[in-house]
Design a protein around this ligand. Structure first.
Ligand code: UDX
Ligand code: UDX
Length: 438
């Protein structure tokens, strides 16, 4: 199949290199430097297995990147993967999706051979695919020649390739049977048996299901974090013991019960806010549970800093080391990372903040350097510091262990914001605090 992907970001590029195993993929992006990098076999994002797959696909002429100024060529499928960021009030900014769909319809004669499916993969509120795609197809009178789908992605940054290759299920919101079959065939040709679990539903159900999926995972995390607040006050109780035992109930599952600094990234915060905005503004429906999820998550950075303040009530002029800037390990993405809020709070308390991340040089950190010294040298970050706060569970920190991390410090206080050392023996020399334990 010939597949045109609009938007070569995390989702577009990850899907692109996986689909290129069996199909011919053209990636379109407005960012010329990104396009040039991809064609040079250099990945613009840090993602496991990406470099090899990209190099292989470019060498086999199965993937190429272009700007919208170049010809698109005939396509069997168009997948729109541009970003859908949150606006200030939490509602979803659909301007990129609007622009991308307009562009596809303006150039439909160039793209269309006998039949083509136009799909949205970006996360969009229910009704968007019908309004931006189906209605335009109907107005043009192209219902026989153009199918419409909404096909959500469930790719985690850091394991996007593995998730795309081995999906739990593939959800296809489709305008009709023929369109759904094109998508089924697309995935079955690449993934074989791994594409057997296909769920075909309406466009609106598929759009809603993406929000509900992420909102439910965020619910599990905030729920575990709230229970962690409780276990901190129950002598003898431990949050991981509680959630592990609860998760063994097959109706519940232990996954995504990890308590700590809270969820960040480009999806959970945006999608919870997007679902709230859709329900409240578009439908007039109150969202008590969803708002509580946000509230609990927003309190996490302060709770981590409070653990530190309980041990060191004044941070003025003291060097404090923050370990990890990425919103989770395995990625250079710092969007909505709890580390950024923790740095803000430490800075407000007058601490001299140092922050380490192994990928700091690949990160887009705005004016963070005004609040913290940023480094990829762990020893420099820890040297002579009064305390250290672990925010992102990079393997490098786990490998060093508690004694290894604290030996260079002046003080010996380590705040474990991700509970990575809860099973380790705590050396006498280390003062250790973590969440969810009294
Ligand atoms: C995606 C989604 O589409 C979002 O809805 C979903 O919830 C998460 O994943 P992501 O791949 O993370 O977003 O976005 P990003 O990495 O920002 O990439 C978007 C790409 O689209 C960028 O490369 C950008 O240059 C490109 N783009 C944007 C266009 O080509 N045209 C535009 O008009 C706008
Ligand atoms: C998420 C979805 O999981 C994925 O399906 C897709 O829709 C995109 O959004 P991603 O944001 O890349 O993926 O990362 P994920 O692994 O889901 O973690 C999100 C955040 O939750 C991270 O900040 C992580 O540290 C946090 N988290 C995760 C916890 O705090 N506890 C957990 O148990 C799991």
């Amino acid at each position: 199949m010939n597949v045109l992907i609009i938007g070569a970001g995390y989702v577009g590029l990850s899907m692109g290199v996986v689909l290129a195993k069996s199909h011919v993929v053209t990636l379109v992006d407005i960012d010329e430097s990104k396009v040039a990098m991809i064609n040079r076999k250099e990945s613009p994002i840090h993602e496991r297995d990406m470099d090899d797959l990209l190099a292989d696909a470019v060498s086999r002429n199965k993937i190429r990147a272009i700007t919208p100024a170049e010809p698109f060529g005939r396509q069997n499928l168009v997948l729109i993967c541009v970003g859908t960021p949150s606006m200030e009030d939490g509602s979803v900014d659909l301007s990129y999706v609007n622009k991308a769909t307009d562009m596809v319809f303006e150039r439909i004669e160039e793209i269309l051979d006998d039949y083509c499916v136009i799909g949205i993969k970006s996360t969009v509120p229910p009704g968007t695919t019908r309004k931006f795609v189906s209605e335009k197809v109907a107005r043009m009178g192209y219902m026989d020649k153009l199918g419409v789908v909404f096909n959500p992605e469930f790719l985690r940054e850091g394991s996007a390739i593995a998730d795309a290759t081995n999906p739990d299920r593939i959800i296809i919101g489709a305008s009709d049977y023929k369109a759904s079959q094109v998508l089924k065939k697309l995935y079955q040709e690449v993934l074989g048996d791994a594409a057997n679990n296909v769920i075909v539903i309406s466009l609106e159900s598929a759009e809603l299901c993406k929000y509900v999926n992420n909102a439910f995972l965020a619910t599990k995390i905030s729920f575990a974090n709230e229970i962690a607040n409780i276990t901190e006050r129950v002598s003898g109780a431990d949050i991981d013991e509680v959630m592990r035992a609860v998760g063994e109930d097959s109706r519940i599952s232990p996954k995504f019960f990890g308590s700590g600094a809270g969820y960040g990234g480009s999806c959970f915060p945006k999608d919870v806010a997007g679902l709230i905005s859709f329900a409240e503004k578009n439908l007039g429906i109150a969202t008590h549970v969803l708002r509580a999820i946000q509230l609990v998550n927003s309190e996490r950075p302060a709770r981590i800093v409070n653990l530190l303040l309980e041990e060191l009530p004044s941070l003025k002029g003291k060097k404090v080391s923050v370990l990890g800037l990425a919103f989770k390990p395995g990625t250079d993405d710092t969007r909505e990372s709890p580390a950024l809020k923790i740095i803000d709070l430490l800075h407000e308390h007058g601490a001299e903040v140092w922050a380490h991340d192994p990928l700091v040089h690949e990160m887009d950190l705005g004016n963070l350097a005004k609040k913290a010294q940023l480094t990829d040298n762990l020893e420099e970050c820890l040297n002579n510091s009064a305390a250290c706060v672990l925010v992102t569970e990079w393997e490098e920190y786990i490998q060093r262990g508690l004694a290894g991390l604290t030996e260079l410090m002046q003080g010996n206080l380590l705040i474990d914001g991700r509970r990575v050392f809860t099973d380790a023996e705590i050396p006498e020399s280390v003062s250790y605090r973590t969440i969810g334990q009294s």
